[in-house]
Design a protein around this ligand. Structure first.
Ligand code: HEM
Length: 379
């Protein structure tokens, strides 16, 4: 038994509570021939914009593109979504241009919701909300410049039902509460800001972030298979993450997010947490990978590893490969030895992950913002 493990087990007792089906996805099935939305369709469009600030110029250009898509292609069924882009285009015309303090209010509301998790999992919605932000961004393909966080296409079928996204309806539904209170924010901005909030509120590093994403169309939804398959190995990880534009060091840095949360049998089929502190951002994922002996679990579920000592932790095949592949192992060791180095790399790579697929001119500022933690604002 390592000191890390015994210390963590003493200080971080785990609670295990079954997934509540009451948060089931809101998908209307009454009109089989019409594209369905996992979120409410938007209101009708207001009149055209007058302002030409950088933000709204960018958003306007994208919305015009969207409207062109609407008029010149067969996207008649997307009328409501086109209208949504138009609503954003005209925000400045209504006189409300959200500033950093408005986004900070959204951040603070997300922090409350994440924290108010009752008996859900380990007492926090932080991990599942972070997974939503990552899955909405990690669909990016640098060659075709499709996917990524810009259009929040996971609101639409079939993307919402892709196997990799199982269970994320929980996080999307939570975010609907925030959207209802701050209707001016786009889903892409909301989901990525929630990912930032989750990391920062669970004691992780600051994640530079800036707004500017717009809501897109169901037609922009990405095909299945763009997110990693946990059953596979190093080649697969490289295929998936190189496609997003990341390298080996960044693949390892991103994987450390599995310090947080757990696998659910009724979502991915895998089962259990990676660390003894699944609601605190630490480099324990790397430490445990290297310090523990991992054995294949004998069970009727998909192939996963368990720690020999307590048999209460798990690793996915794609996690374990970070100790088996030479180039990955170098960084696993570096991050296990130095949490500060990992925090720095994680902050940088997550910030870029959340911006994948967003044209630079859409962002409201060239320098990303550092949002304040809830605790910092109490001082
Ligand atoms: C390296 C490839 C990756 C694979 C194969 C993978 C796979 C998975 C799987 C199978 C689950 C369990 C889902 C469930 O049953 O609820 C999961 C959960 C999670 N993943 Fe990953 N993931 C990867 C990378 C990432 C990245 C890059 C991040 C964030 C930056 C991330 C964040 C999370 C979090 C926070 C959870 C816990 C969710 C919860 O507790 O509900 N993962 N991942």
């Amino acid at each position: 038994m390592t000191t890390t493990m015994s210390f963590l087990r003493r200080t971080q007792p785990l609670r295990r509570v079954a997934f509540s089906p009451s948060l089931a996805q809101r998908v209307s099935r009454s009109h089989p021939n019409v594209r369905r939305f996992t979120t409410e369709p938007p209101p009708p469009p207001p009149p055209p914009p007058k302002s030409n600030t950088a933000l709204y110029a960018g958003i306007g250009a994208a919305a015009v593109g969207g409207l062109a898509l609407y008029f010149f292609t067969d996207f008649g069924k997307e009328a409501d979504t086109a209208a949504k882009s138009a609503v954003q285009t005209t925000k400045s015309a209504t006189g409300f241009v959200p500033g950093k303090e408005d986004y900070q209010k959204v951040y603070n509301r997300i922090a409350e919701i994440i924290d108010d998790a009752g008996d859900y999992d380990d007492g926090s919605y932080g991990p599942v909300v972070l997974r939503l932000a990552w899955h909405s961004s990690g669909t990016y393909d640098k060659d075709t410049k499709t996917g990524g966080s810009n259009y929040a296409t996971m609101r639409f079928e079939p993307e919402s039902n892709h196997g990799a996204n199982a269970g994320l309806n929980v996080a999307r539904n939570l975010m609907e509460k925030v959207k209802a209170e701050f209707p001016w924010i786009s889903y892409g901005d909301l989901w990525t800001l929630a990912g930032v909030c989750a990391i920062q509120e669970m004691a992780g590093p600051k994640i530079p972030w800036r707004p500017g994403r717009i809501d897109g169309f169901a037609a922009q939804a990405t095909p299945d298979g763009r997110l990693p398959d946990a059953k596979l190995g190093a080649d697969h990880l490289r295929t998936i993450f190189y496609r997003m534009g990341f390298n080996d060091r960044e693949i390892v840095a991103l994987s450390g997010a599995h310090a947080l949360g757990r696998c659910h049998r009724d979502r991915s089929g895998f089962d259990g947490p990676w660390t003894f502190s699944p609601t605190t951002v630490t480099n324990d994922f790397y430490k445990l990978l290297l310090e523990e002996k991992w054995i294949w679990r004998k069970w009727d579920g998909p192939k996963q590893l368990q720690d020999k000592t307590t048999q209460s932790l798990m690793m996915l095949p794609t996690d374990y490969v970070l100790t088996q592949d030479k180039s990955f192992k170098k960084w696993t060791k570096a991050y296990a030895d130095d949490q500060e180095l990992w925090f720095k790399d994680f902050s940088d790579v997550v910030s870029r992950l959340f911006e994948l697929g967003v044209p630079t001119q859409q962002f409201v500022t060239s320098e990303p913002w550092i949002m304040k933690n809830v605790d910092e604002q109490k001082k």
